[in-house]
Design a protein around this ligand. Structure first.
Ligand code: ADP
Ligand code: MG
Length: 243
């Protein structure tokens, strides 16, 4: 049933304790939003889920694989778990279509024609069907981020992690990206989203997680109540600063 399970997970960078006794379960099809101050460990938590960082202790299960087990194939985890970053990291010298088809072509070694057809469908889904031949430099930030999302979906991931996907965008670009993310959520994708977009957290997220100082201080399915009447003192203080 669950897609991601943290059991008493700790992560150290040298002596620095970046994740402290994390317990978190994300069910299949669930959208969990993570908020919290800068430096609280949000990116580190996401990076552990797709194996970009190794946990120091505890147990982390992703798609039924134990990430602490040395025998687990991290490449397989990364194929199953997509990641969308603040900076989209598209290939500047490849056009939009090539950016979307590259992973399935090279990594999944799938049929080229079939992959291209799917890429066109994905570009349509993110509202960029007429930009297939454009290069990233010719697109706005919001359009590039939507290409990055299509590229992630092209790998047919079991879950997608979003690390502040709209933080680098001009305000007028943010809505289009959030709309695409909402569409993907409605199609049943398992998503973990680190964001400052409280509207998205409130209206699309099924659960809200508040992190501070490497710890999860709030994990609540009562998202409206969290925003309307936060009980946890540090969450209350954080919300008072950003809303
Ligand atoms: P957030 O995403 O919430 O802003 P991060 O997960 O990026 O926080 O970072 C949490 C803490 O871990 C920060 O103090 C950061 O400096 C530290 N940290 C993150 N990555 C590394 C690393 N590779 N080496 C050392 N410290 C790191
Ligand atoms: Mg971060």
């Amino acid at each position: 049933m669950s897609m991601i399970e943290f059991h008493d997970v700790n992560k150290y960078f040298g002596k620095f304790h970046a994740l402290k006794n994390i317990n978190l379960t994300v069910d299949r099809g669930e959208v969990v939003t993570i908020i919290g101050p800068s430096g609280s460990g949000k990116s580190t938590l996401l990076r552990c889920i797709n194996g970009l960082e190794r946990i120091t202790s505890g147990q982390l299960i992703v798609n039924d694989f134990d990430l602490a087990d040395k025998k687990t194939d991290m490449n397989r985890i990364r194929k199953n778990v997509g990641m969308v970053f603040q900076h989209f990291n598209l290939y500047a010298n490849k056009n939009v279509l090539q950016n979307v088809t590259l992973g399935p072509d090279l990594v999944l070694k799938r049929n080229k024609q079939e992959v291209e057809q799917e890429a066109h469908d994905l570009l349509k889904m993110v509202g960029l069907e007429n930009k297939a031949d454009s290069f990233p430099g010719e697109l706005s930030g919001g359009q590039q981020q939507r290409v990055a999302i299509a590229r992630s979906l092209a790998m047919k991931p079991k879950a997608i992690l979003f690390d502040e996907p709209t933080s680098a965008l001009d305000p007028e670009m943010i809505g289009d990206v959030l709309d695409v993310m909402q569409k993907i959520a409605e199609q049943g994708m398992t998503m973990v989203v680190v964001t400052h977009e409280m509207g998205f957290a409130r209206h699309v997220g099924n659960r809200i997680v508040f992190m501070d100082d490497g710890q999860i201080l709030v994990d609540s399915a009562n998202v409206d109540q969290f925003f309307d009447d936060p009980q946890e003192p540090r969450a209350k203080e954080f919300l008072s600063k950003i809303i």
